[in-house]
Design a protein around this ligand. Structure first.
Ligand SMILES: [Mg+2]
Length: 218
C-alpha cells in the first residue's frame, strides 16, 4: 500500500541532534529531579533509569510513583528558546511542503515546546495534526499513543510511515504495522532504513515506490 500519511517525530528528527536542544532539556530534567527530591544531581540519572525501565517514561514514573505535578515538570524542563540552539534551515519547510502526503507531528514533548520549535522552523502550518505529551501520559512506544493518533487522524497503520530518530519508537511503530524510517546524522540505522537529514525524505519515498530505479545514487 502506498504511503499516504507521514508521522514525524520532532526533536532530533526535524532538526539535528547536534543542535544540543535535547541535551539541554536532558540537563533540565536532571535539575528538576535534583530540586524536587533534594538529591545531588549526580544521582538523578540512576533514578531516571529506574523510572524509565519501570514506567517507560521519566515523567510518567515521577507522576505515578511520586505524584509529581505535570505542570511543574513541563514548565521547568521545556523552558528553553529553540532559537538559542537550532539554526534556521529553510530546507526543512521546503521538504515538507514538497510532499503530497498528509503530515502529522507525533512527539513525546509537550505542546508548548512543539509549538515553539515548529514556529522557529516555520513549519507549524505543514501539519494537519500534532500529537504531544499530555496528562494521559500515553507516549511512544506505548501502543495507546499510536492508536490515539490513528483514530484522531482517521488513517491505518498500513498507509503510514513513521519518521523518528529513536529505535524504540520505530520498533513501536513497526509492531503496529507501520513502515519506519530513521533519521540519524551519523547514519546509524541499527537495522532501520536511515537518512541523515529530513531533506533526503522525498528521494527515499521515490525509491520506495520505485525500488531499484536509482539505488546506485543513494
Ligand atoms: Mg526524537
Amino acid at each position: 500500500m502506498d504511503i499516504s500519511v507521514i508521522w514525524f517525530d520532532l526533536d532530533n528528527t526535524l532538526y539535528p541532534a547536534s543542535s544540543g536542544l535535547l541535551d539541554a532539556i536532558d540537563v533540565r530534567i536532571n535539575e528538576f529531579i535534583a530540586t524536587t527530591f533534594a538529591m545531588p544531581i549526580e544521582q538523578t540519572p540512576a533514578l531516571r533509569k529506574t523510572l524509565y525501565e519501570e514506567y517507560g517514561a521519566t515523567l510518567l514514573g515521577l507522576h505515578k510513583k511520586y505524584n509529581t505535578s505535570y505542570e511543574d515538570y513541563v514548565t521547568y524542563v521545556y523552558a528553553l528558546d529553540p532559537a538559542d540552539y537550532i539554526k534556521p534551515d529553510p530546507s526543512v519547510r521546503d521538504t515538507l511542503m514538497s510532499l503530497p502526503q498528509r503530515k502529522i507531528i507525533f512527539s513525546n514533548s509537550n505542546a508548548d515546546h512543539v509549538a515553539r520549535v515548529c514556529g522557529h522552523l516555520n513549519i507549524a502550518d505543514c501539519f494537519s495534526y500534532k500529537f504531544c505529551l499530555d496528562r494521559d501520559f500515553a507516549v511512544k512506544p506505548d501502543p495507546r499513543a499510536y492508536k490515539k493518533v490513528a483514530n484522531a487522524v482517521g488513517c491505518t497503520f498500513g498507509e503510514s510511515l513513521l519518521v523518528d530518530d529513536v529505535d524504540r519508537n520505530l520498533a513501536g511503530g513497526k509492531r503496529m504495522g507501520m513502515r519506519t524510517l530513521k533519521v540519524d546524522e551519523m547514519l546509524e540505522g541499527n537495522g532501520y532504513d536511515c537518512i541523515g537529514h529530513i531533506k533526503e525524505l522525498p528521494r527515499y519515498l521515490a525509491e520506495m515506490n520505485n525500488p531499484g530505479a536509482s539505488s546506485e545514487v543513494s
